[in-house]
Design a protein around this ligand. Structure first.
Ligand code: FAD
Length: 401
C-alpha cells in the first residue's frame, strides 16, 4: 500500500468505525480515501451483509458513491427508473408523475438509482477492502472512550479487550451502544405506530399476468397512497425482481419484537379493497420472503460528538422511510466527516465539533420532513386528501413531491 500522508500505513493514525452497516462502510471508504488514516471497522455480527430488499438512492447519494469509486461495483446491479408515479389507493388513478432519469443527472449531476441492499453493501465492502480498510466481525463493542489530553480515545469490546485509536465513529444503528455511552440519559428508540412489510416478486411472474404486466414492462417506480397506509414498488437487479414495501398502522401483530416474519393473508387483510395491481402484487408475495418490521424513531440529539468520538447514520438520526433518505443521509454524514478529518488531522476534537454543528441541522430537517410526509401520504378520504391530490395533479402548484 502507498504511504498515508507521509506515514507508513502502520504508523498512520487509526480511526475505528463501530458498525459495518451502510453508514459505517460509507464512513470507512470516505475516511480511507482522505489518505491520512488507517481504518478499522468493528462489526458485532458474525457475517457481513444486509437484510431486506431494495433501497432507493437519490442523487445526493449516488453522487457520493460515484465520487468514492464505487460505481464500477454497483452499476451492473442498479436500475435507473425513468418515472416515479403516485397513484390513488382505490382505483390506481395516477395522481402525479415525476421524471426521475435522466432529469436527476441534468438537475443534480448524478442519477437516481434503485439497488438491492445486499449489492450496495457488497459494493461498499469491495471498495473498502480495496482501500486497505481492515474489518473484524463477531466483535461487539460495549463502550467507547472519548479521549482527553491524557488518554487516547478507544473502544472497549464486550470481550473486555480495549482498542486504542485516534478517533471513533459510532455507526452502530438505532440501538447504538456508542450513543448510550456518550449520552447516557438520552431517550430510548420508540415505536412510531407503523409497521412495514418488505417482499419481492419475480418480474417473469409479473410479465405473465395481465394486471401486473404494465408494472413489469418499465423500470418505473409506483406508489399507491391511501388512508393510514401506502405501498411502494420498484425494480431491482437488472429488472429481474420487483421490490415491494408496505407501510401501515401497527396492529400489535409483532408484539414486543421489532422484526419478524409475516403472512400474505395478513397483508391481504390490511390492503383489502385496494386497486387490482396492489392486491395482485400481494397475492404473488412468497411467504418465505415476507419480513415485517416495526418502525422506530428517536428525537433529535443536541449534538453528535463528545471529544474525539462522533455518531453517524441511524445511531444519531434514524429516519422514517417516507422520503427514503436514511442511508442517503448516512452517506452525506460520511462524506462531510471525512472532509473534516482530512483538513484538521491535528485537531480532531475540533473536526468532530464542526462535523456535528454543520451536519446536524440538515439531517434533523430531513428527519422532520420524513415525519411530515407520513401524514401527507396517509390522509384519510375526504377534503384534505382531495386538496392534496389536486395539488399533485397540477405540478405548477406542487411544492414538494
Ligand atoms: P444499521 O444499518 O443499523 O447498521 C448498524 C451496524 O452496526 C449493523 O451492522 C450492526 O450489526 C452493527 N452494530 C450494532 N451494534 C454494534 C456494536 N455494539 N458493536 C459493533 N457493531 C454493532 N434509506 C434510504 O436511503 N433509502 C431507502 O429507500 C430506504 N428505505 C427504507 C425502508 C424501510 C422499510 C426502512 C425501515 C428503512 C429504509 N431506509 C432507507 C433507511 C436505511 O435502511 C437506514 O437509514 C440505514 O440502513 C442505516 O444504516 P446505518 O449503517 O446507520 O445503521
Amino acid at each position: 500500500m502507498a504511504t498515508l500522508n507521509g506515514n507508513s500505513p502502520s504508523e498512520a493514525p487509526l480511526v475505528i468505525v463501530v458498525g459495518a452497516g451502510l453508514g459505517g462502510l460509507s464512513a470507512a471508504v470516505a475516511i480511507a480515501l482522505t489518505g491520512h488514516y488507517r481504518v478499522l471497522v468493528l462489526e458485532a455480527a458474525s457475517r457481513l451483509g444486509e437484510i431486506g430488499a431494495g433501497i432507493q438512492l437519490s442523487s445526493n447519494c449516488s453522487k457520493l458513491l460515484i465520487r468514492w469509486g464505487c460505481a464500477k461495483y454497483l452499476e451492473p446491479n442498479v436500475v435507473a427508473p425513468h418515472r416515479g408515479r403516485v397513484c390513488r389507493w382505490q382505483d390506481g388513478e395516477i395522481l402525479t408523475e415525476r421524471i426521475m432519469n435522466p432529469a436527476a443527472e441534468e438537475k443534480f449531476g448524478a442519477p437516481y438509482w434503485h439497488i438491492h441492499r445486499a449489492d450496495l453493501h457488497q459494493g461498499l465492502l469491495d471498495r473498502a477492502r480495496q482501500l486497505g480498510v481492515e474489518l473484524r466481525t463477531s466483535t461487539p463493542v460495549a463502550k467507547v472512550r472519548t479521549g482527553d489530553d491524557e488518554t487516547s480515545p478507544g473502544v472497549i469490546l464486550e470481550s473486555g479487550e480495549t482498542l486504542e485509536c485516534r478517533f471513533v465513529v459510532g455507526a452502530d444503528g438505532i440501538h447504538s451502544k456508542i450513543r448510550t455511552t456518550l449520552f447516557p440519559g438520552f431517550e430510548k428508540p420508540r415505536p412510531t405506530g407503523d409497521l412495514a412489510y418488505r417482499f419481492r416478486v419475480a418480474t417473469a411472474d409479473m410479465l405473465d399476468d395481465e394486471i401486473l404486466k404494465p408494472l413489469a414492462e418499465t423500470p418505473d417506480t409506483h406508489s399507491w397512497w391511501g388512508p393510514g397506509k401506502h405501498i411502494v414498488g420498484y425494480m431491482l437487479r437488472g429488472k429481474q425482481m420487483y421490490n415491494v414495501i408496505t407501510l401501515f398502522p401497527d396492529d400489535g401483530s409483532l408484539g414486543d419484537a421489532t422484526r419478524g416474519t409475516g403472512t400474505s393473508d395478513h397483508l391481504k387483510e390490511i390492503y383489502d379493497g385496494w386497486c387490482p395491481k396492489v392486491t395482485r402484487l400481494i397475492e404473488k408475495a412468497q411467504e418465505s420472503q415476507l419480513i415485517k418490521w416495526k418502525l422506530m424513531d428517536l428525537p433529535p440529539l443536541e449534538k453528535w460528538n463528545v471529544g474525539r468520538c462522533v455518531l453517524l447514520g441511524d445511531a444519531c438520526h434514524p429516519m422514517l422511510p417516507y422520503l427514503a433518505q436514511g442511508s442517503c443521509s448516512a452517506m452525506e454524514d460520511a462524506a462531510f466527516l471525512a472532509e473534516c478529518l482530512k483538513h484538521l488531522p491535528d485537531q480532531l476534537e475540533i473536526a468532530a465539533d464542526i462535523y456535528s454543528r454543520y451536519r446536524k441541522p440538515r439531517a434533523t430537517k430531513i428527519q422532520m420532513f420524513s415525519r411530515d410526509q407520513r401524514a401527507r401520504n396517509h390522509l384519510p378520504d375526504g377534503p384534505e386528501q382531495r386538496e392534496r391530490d389536486a395539488v399533485l395533479k397540477n405540478p405548477d402548484q406542487q411544492t414538494r413531491a
